[in-house]
Design a protein around this ligand. Structure first.
Ligand code: HEC
Ligand code: HEC
Ligand code: HEC
Ligand code: HEC
Ligand code: HEC
Length: 217
């Protein structure tokens, strides 16, 4: 009987353990977490757009060239293409071929994921304003979040010729975006210390700043 109780006790402990692991594995406070890859409201793929289609990172993240933040593109940037590309190439092509075969006009097929972009802009499937549908911005989940006491600026790095991938990893291979690496102070300082000196106009060479005040308010 005692062994029976002991066994039940062990099984209960195991079950609690499983629940705790399951809950914490999916639980993430915002912050500097390597590997963090939340699901997004639209199944947007960087592998498809930045990899296969080779769209430049700053075509969408145009803020990175001029400002501190890179920014997430507003839905009207998506519409530059998705006005016409209403579903995958495969789906559109097979509908075109079917239409030719059946001697009719091809119908416009909007995939469920693309339909979310239309909904966000308050557009109907034809791409025209829909009086029934108020525009509501897509609520992308933020992936990166350094502590507020760090002053990071994209534009100085882009101007300095640092590739996005040196901090964000191989984004062009990611179907779901993840924070690729720990963006801690040591990571910043390693590069600032080791980046070849920059020539200044008067012929002197300077190093990238490692002063506390360069990065902290
Ligand atoms: C067609 C537009 C588009 C292109 C091109 C694009 N992105 Fe993005 N990017 C997005 C969207 C939309 C999101 C938000 C959804 C997500 O996280 O997947 C995003 C999110 C990100 C994030 C995470 C932002 C956060 O929340 O912390 C990073 C980092 C990023 N992109 C880097 C890149 C890099 C590097 C490239 C080029 C290799 C690139 N992106 C190309 C549209 C684009
Ligand atoms: C030197 C490192 C570094 C480089 C280079 C870099 N990033 Fe970032 N990026 C960061 C850090 C650090 C954060 C988090 C900033 C924060 O949370 O305050 C970030 C955040 C982001 C975000 C989300 C927040 C925002 O600023 O909108 C996007 C999107 C992004 N980066 C895209 C890009 C793209 C695209 C490029 C290339 C054009 C790029 N990054 C180049 C380090 C870098
Ligand atoms: C420069 C053109 C371009 C831009 C800008 C663009 N896309 Fe795309 N996107 C495409 C093309 C082309 C495809 C189809 C590729 C294929 O089927 O191989 C596609 C496919 C997709 C798909 C998959 C569709 C499906 O049903 O299979 C989604 C989702 C998507 N895009 C979302 C977005 C979002 C969200 C944005 C804006 C942040 C965006 N795209 C910006 C060109 C673009
Ligand atoms: C891969 C190399 C690299 C990494 C990683 C890197 N930086 Fe930099 N950073 C540079 C270079 C190069 C410059 C100088 C650009 C120029 O002025 O030409 C710079 C400039 C700066 C400046 C402006 C300094 C000044 O003297 O004006 C700040 C602030 C800064 N970085 C913060 C950060 C922070 C915060 C991180 C980490 C999240 C980081 N950097 C990671 C290469 C890097
Ligand atoms: C090149 C940019 C850069 C410089 C220079 C820099 N820091 Fe940091 N610091 C960071 C980043 C990035 C973090 C991590 C923020 C996060 O994890 O969200 C950080 C974090 C910290 C923290 C919090 C503890 C920790 O390690 O995460 C302290 C304290 C700190 N820095 C002090 C300093 C002091 C003191 C100096 C000057 C000797 C300095 N920093 C110089 C970028 C920098």
């Amino acid at each position: 009987m005692d062994r029976m109780i002991a066994r039940i006790f062990v099984v209960c402990l195991l079950l609690i353990g499983v629940v705790v692991v399951a809950v914490t594995a999916d639980f993430h406070l915002p912050g500097n977490h390597a590997g963090y890859a939340p699901t997004q409201p639209i199944n947007f793929s960087h592998r498809l757009h930045a990899g296969e289609l080779s769209i430049d990172c700053t075509y969408c993240h145009y803020g990175a060239r001029k400002s501190r933040t890179a920014g997430i593109p507003p839905a009207n940037i998506c519409m530059n293409c998705h006005q016409d590309v209403t579903s995958s190439f495969d789906t559109m092509l097979s509908e075109k071929l079917k239409a030719i075969d059946e001697e009719r006009e091809a119908t416009r097929i909007i995939s469920p994921e693309i339909a979310k972009i239309y909904r966000a802009l308050g557009l109907n499937p034809e791409g025209l304003p829909d009086p029934e549908q108020d525009p509501e911005p897509i609520q992308w989940t933020r992936v990166h979040h350094l502590a507020d006491f760090v002053a990071f600026d994209h534009s100085v790095h882009v101007a300095g010729g640092i590739a996005c991938q040196s901090c964000h990893g191989p984004v062009q291979t990611m179907d779901r975006l993840r924070q690729d690496r720990d963006l801690n102070m040591g990571f910043c300082l390693d590069c600032h210390r080791n980046t070849p000196a920059i020539a200044s106009p008067d012929g002197h060479t300077t190093h990238v700043s490692t002063d506390c005040a360069a990065c902290h308010y």
